[in-house]
Design a protein around this ligand. Structure first.
Ligand code: DX5
Ligand code: ZN
Length: 215
């Protein structure tokens, strides 16, 4: 089975989100990746709850919401009610394992997928206590905060560790610097969901870009 392709709207034209998101839908995307940044957890500010709600009105695909914010537990329910279908928060933004388990439980109680993301310097073993409860593990392959950065190859080994030890149905997603070459490295290591912003949205041929990631 080919990987789940989740184009990141961070590289779309924010004045034409509906037009751009429809174009990736027509080109075979599986999910829409929505990067939420608060200016605290990462040094950038993007979009919030009202925008997610508006996108939900026309999106034909699941909304894959990646929270790069402090206190994700305070905001999770509002993002879910706005229309998130997959909600991923950062391990590094949480206080302790008990709080993480509580947040996974909350997300799943709404019948949507729960994901945890780890930054490049975070070891994959931190996810161990949650593997059997999670739907998705997101391995960042750049420092979160901006699109268009270079893939960090040293992160790929973490995918292997997770794939070797985690339950078979765990979705392993990668995000940051993904293109046809780096996407293949990640899929070979065991990833089955690829986020790509600039490679898809800045391409002159979106359909080919998505197909390249799928094959
Ligand atoms: C970075 C974001 C990514 C970003 C990826 O912090 O989480 O989703 O949009 O962009 P590219 O694919 O251009 O590296
Ligand atoms: Zn992202």
């Amino acid at each position: 089975m080919s990987a789940i392709i989740s184009p990141s709207i961070l590289s779309a034209d924010f004045a034409n989100l509906e037009r751009d998101m429809k174009s990736v839908e027509n080109a075979g995307a599986d999910w829409h990746h929505i990067d939420v940044m608060d200016g605290h957890f990462v040094p950038n500010i993007t979009i919030g709850i009202p925008v997610v709600k508006s996108l939900k009105n026309f999106s034909k695909l699941p909304l894959d919401v990646h929270l790069m914010i402090e206190n994700p537990d305070i905001y999770a329910e509002r993002f879910i009610k706005a229309g998130a279908d997959i909600l991923t928060f950062h391990y590094e933004a949480m206080k302790n394992d008990a709080e993480i388990l509580k947040l996974i439980g909350l997300i799943k109680s709404f019948g949507i997928k729960a994901g945890i993301s780890i930054k490049p310097k975070t070891s994959p073993e931190v996810l161990l206590p949650f593997w059997d409860k999670l739907d998705l593990a997101l391995v960042m392959t750049v420092e979160p905060g901006f699109g268009g950065q270079d893939f960090m190859p040293e992160c790929a080994v973490k995918i292997k560790t997770i794939r070797k030890n985690a339950p078979e149905n765990l979705i392993i997603q990668v995000d940051g610097g993904i293109n046809a070459q780096t996407g293949k490295i990640c899929v070979d290591a065991g990833a089955n969901s690829l986020v790509a912003g600039s490679y898809i949205y800045k391409s002159n041929d979106i359909k080919t870009a998505i197909n390249n990631l799928k094959s």
